[in-house]
Every structure is written in C-alpha cells, then in structure tokens.
Design a protein around this ligand. Structure first.
Ligand SMILES: Cc1cc2nc3c(=O)[nH]c(=O)nc-3n(C[C@H](O)[C@H](O)[C@H](O)COP(=O)(O)OP(=O)(O)OC[C@H]3O[C@@H](n4cnc5c(N)ncnc54)[C@H](O)[C@@H]3O)c2cc1C
Length: 497
C-alpha cells in the first residue's frame, strides 16, 4: 500500500470502549459492530489492495440516529467514514483505525414512487438496480447504470457521481438526482432540491453530488425516473484495431447520433468476457464496440442502418444486431461482467478510471501499449467509449514482489497521460485514496486551496472522510476562514454583511 493515510490518533484509540458504549446508546440493538472478527468484512471496499479495520462500524436506521452519531463524533473529534455498499474502486470507503465507519446499508426503503412527477424518493442504502426494479412494472427505469448496479447503493452513487453505459445519452447521477436530504458533521439535517426541476440559490445539490462523503452524509435521495424507450437494439461491431474502433466512435458522434450506450472492449477484455458469460462476441477482432440505439422503432431501424454504414467505412469486419430482448441483454451481460471476467484471468487487477477527449482515443491507446511494455504488466481495456471514459484494468499478482507498486506506477502514468491530452483524472470512480496524490497533476495549489475552502465551509475540523481526495490537508484557519474569538472578529474595521 503506497498511499499513506493520516496517522491514527492515540487518544481516540485509548477511548475506544467508552466511544463504543456511547454509540450503542445512540444506535441500540445490533446497530454497532465492534468485535474484531465482525469488523473484518468492513476493512476494505472495491479497492481491495487497501485495508484497515475501523474503530467501530455503526449501522443507523433513522436520520435522527445519523445526526446524533455525527454530533457525537464532532463533539469528540472522531473521524467518520460514510459507507454505502463498499464497492468504491478508488478506496473512498476505506476505514480509518481511529474512525467510525457509518454504514448506510440498513437505510434500504423505497419511500415513494411518484409517477405523475416522474420521480422516486428512496433511502440511500437502496441499490441502484433496486430503484429500477421498484418502477419497471409501471414501464419506468432509473437511467444511470453502473456495472455494479446490483450491489452499489444510490447514496454511494450520489457521493461518487457514478456513471454507466446509458449515461452517454441520459446523463450521470448528477443529471438524474433531483433532491437529497443530508446531515452535516455537526448533525444539522439539510434538504436540497426536491421534486421540482430547478432549485433556488447556489447549486448545492450539484456540489454535494460527487463530494465523496467529504461534505455530508446523504440520508434520502429523490431521483428522476424515465419511461422505458419503445425499442432498444444493440449492435456488435468488431474491428481489426482499437484505433479504427476509436475513429468509429468519433464518426458516430460527429454525425450527431447519440446512442443509448457506446462501449468498447479490447482483445483481452473480449476474450475474458466471452469465456465468462458466452455473450456471442467475435474472438478474431482486436476491438469490439457495443452500440445501443433506443427510441421509437422507426428511428431505431433508421439509425441502425446509418451506424452500420459508418462502421463499414471505418473498417469494421463484423456487425451483428440483436434480434430479441434476450439477445440484447446477452450482448450487455458480457460488458457488465467484464471486471469479474478479468478477475478470472489474473490473480489481481487495478481498475483505473480516466477521461479524455474522444478524439484522443487512438493516441492514448497507443501510449498505453507503450506503458504496458515499459512496466512489464498486461492491461485489458473496457471503456465508456462514447464519453471518452477509460477503464484500463492492469493485471498483476499481489503475491509477487513489487507487482502492486509496479501496477500503481503504471496506473499513475496512464492517468498522467489522460491529463496530458486534455482529459481528467477520473470519470466516475472518484478520487478517493487511489488518485489523491495525483491531484496536483491536474490542479494548481490555488485550485486545491479553493476546493478545500469549500470543504471547510461544511466540515472545519476535517472529520468527514479525512485522507481522501486532498493530497495535503490545510487547517481551515490557514485558508482564510474567519475565526471569531470571544466575540471578537478579526479586522473589526471591515464592513460585515
Ligand atoms: C465490479 C464493479 C463495477 C463497477 N462499475 C462501475 C460503473 O460502471 N460506473 C461507476 O460509476 N462506478 C462503478 N463501480 C464503482 C462503484 O460501484 C461506484 O462508485 C458506486 O457508486 C459506489 O457505491 P457504494 O454504495 O458501494 O459506495 P461505497 O463504496 O460504500 O462508498 C463510495 C463513496 O461514497 C461515500 N458514500 C457512500 N454512501 C454515502 C452516503 N449515504 N452519504 C455520503 N457519502 C456516502 C463513501 O464515503 C465513499 O467515499 C464499479 C465497482 C465494481 C466493484
């Protein structure tokens, strides 16, 4: 583990028994886990190279309990790490030895389905797929669909601004969340947005979405639900090179077509997925595009022909259109299972997540091949091609000397390359622990200080999810926060509002 976390506070560790008792008074019954063996399942998230057993795990069931836990931790200077289902791939839910892990998985009720207003109000522990399951019998669905949707929670999706294959056309979590209730570290319960389409004042809902558990704990989410399209058909397109597949993606978007989803896999990923789920993928190609077109049947039929034409012009050697709902689901099943499929061919893998301007796809793929040779590690590529969001999976064996360090160095070089071509460090998995120390590659010292001022406005003691996102923590006082001491404000001659 090469990313250092804040050193645990010995004074908090020494008070562990007293803290656990206090937490049990707030969340009685089975709501507090403090036994070493029972805490084991909470020691990591989807970034399994990093592990740390928390001081205690607390599983509240009401907003009042969340507020009371946060108020207690704030008063006692105890760090808090929020956790949904623990599928984060950037280590966002990695616990701290001196911190409380606040697990929202028992907040798992659908509170309201409001078809007239095209929305659902749910608790944060409801799984992403659980929302679609709750509304599909009425012909609706929740559009953002991370591949982890069977397990990940909507609270985690809000915190990471998660994406999925259908986000190209329908937007990320940020575009599909209408409102939240959240609790600050001081225990205040705040509501932002709601069923209405616009909100007054600053876009604090936008600020909270993607804040990775550093600004508040989400206790309720209102999401937009969409009517299922009349038709959806998926097209498998095989190419002799990744560069040609990349050029095809750019040509489709360039012609003004926004598919429901447009995903790309390279040869290692195609073979791993096909062996795992038998999706019907061609095995004699270097790159595969899955393009889904949805909408009224006449429009879909027309666009399928246009896309097939573009693909042929860009050098596609295979084209296969789904002939039934079952076949369409099978085409997607391979893509959605690509990560676990790669897990079958390598003892360990690191899943990276960077975003680049689409036209840079060929350059970045070539650069990645060179990096793979330089670091001596293989890479399988699965990505949201339409969004330019790459997911290189770096294959390594943690049991072998220095392979994790080499995999991390390789991953860092890929992300540097993304920034170099005008892209960004993350598309949807967040910064967390994984990309924390790379933030200066993208942001200046001034940028980072401004971001931390926002953090200070919500959590001036840095108790919510410390050690994530910011490479260096500054005290809020250093960042210019006004400190009132015994009723005396600094610079009393300045006009106040
Ligand atoms: C196999 C696999 C495939 C994946 N595919 C995708 C994909 O296609 N697209 C994608 O975007 N992601 C994907 N992910 C990553 C992950 O599933 C998402 O980031 C997801 O949103 C995390 O949700 P979670 O409930 O597991 O959150 P956790 O992992 O528990 O937490 C993630 C972050 O959210 C914070 N958090 C959690 N709940 C709350 C809350 N209620 N209030 C405040 N903060 C909170 C945590 O502190 C942490 O920083 C994948 C992961 C895996 C393992």
């Amino acid at each position: 583990m090469s990313v250092r976390m804040p050193a645990p506070n010995g004074a908090i560790l020494a008070r562990r028994r007293e803290i656990v008792e206090a937490l049990r008074r707030i969340v009685p019954g089975e709501g507090v886990v403090a036994d070493a063996t029972e805490l084991k399942p909470f020691e990591t998230d989807g970034l399994t190279a990093y592990r740390q057993v928390p001081l205690a795990a607390v599983l509240p069931q009401t907003t009042a309990q969340v507020a009371a836990v946060l108020r207690y931790c704030h008063a006692n200077d105890i760090p808090v790490v929020p956790r949904g289902s623990g599928t984060s791939l950037s280590g966002g839910a990695l616990p701290l030895a001196d911190g409380v892990l606040l697990v929202l998985s028992r907040f798992n009720r659908i509170l309201e389905i409001d078809i007239d207003n095209r929305c659902a109000v749910v608790q944060p522990g409801v799984t992403n797929l659980g929302i679609t399951k709750a509304v599909e019998h009425q012909g609706f669905y929740y559009a953002p669909d991370p591949s982890s949707q069977i397990a990940c929670s909507i609270g985690g999706n809000v915190a990471e601004n998660s994406g999925g294959v259908h986000c190209l056309k329908y937007g990320l979590t940020a575009n599909n969340v209408l409102g939240v209730e959240f609790v600050t570290i001081e225990g205040e319960v705040i509501r932002l947005g709601g069923k209405h389409l616009d909100s007054e004042g600053y876009d604090l809902l936008g600020l909270l979405t993607g804040s990775e558990g550093l600004l508040g704990v989400v206790t309720e989410v209102t999401v937009r639900i969409l009517q299922k399209p009349e038709t959806a058909r998926a097209l498998l397109l095989g190419f002799p090179t990744s560069e040609q597949a990349g050029a095809c993606v750019a040509a489709i978007i360039g012609q003004g077509i926004i598919p429901g989803g447009m995903e790309m896999m390279d040869r290692p990923a195609i073979h791993a997925a096909e062996a795992f789920v038998h999706a019907g993928y061609p095995l004699d190609v270097e790159a595969l595009l899955i393009v889904e077109l949805d909408g009224p049947k006449a429009e879909v039929d027309h666009l399928l022909a246009v896309v097939e034409g573009i693909a042929a012009a860009e050098g596609a050697v295979t084209a296969k259109v789904s002939q039934s709902e079952e076949e369409r689901a099978r085409f997607w099943a391979g893509r959605k299972a690509a990560f676990p499929a790669v897990g079958r061919i390598s003892p360990d893998y690191l899943c990276m997540d960077g975003t680049i301007p689409r036209k840079e796809l060929p350059r970045v793929l070539a650069g990645m091949r060179a990096l793979s040779e330089r670091h001596g590690l293989a890479v399988a590529n699965v990505f949201h091609a339409g969004d330019g969001n790459l997911h290189p999976l770096i294959l390594y064996d943690a049991a072998k000397d220095d392979e994790l360090e080499r995999a991390e160095a390789f991953g860092n070089d890929i992300l540097r390359l993304c920034v170099e071509v005008g892209g960004v460090l993350t598309g949807e998995h967040g910064v967390g622990v994984e990309k924390r120390d790379l933030m200066p590659e993208m942001f200046s010292e001034d940028d980072l200080r401004h971001q931390q001022r926002v953090k200070c406005a919500f959590d001036d003691k840095h108790l919510l999810n410390p050690g994530k996102m910011f490479p260096v923590l500054h005290r809020c006082a250093e960042l210019g926060r006004m400190h009132v001491h015994r009723g005396q404000v600094p610079f009393p001659d300045l006009p106040r509002f």
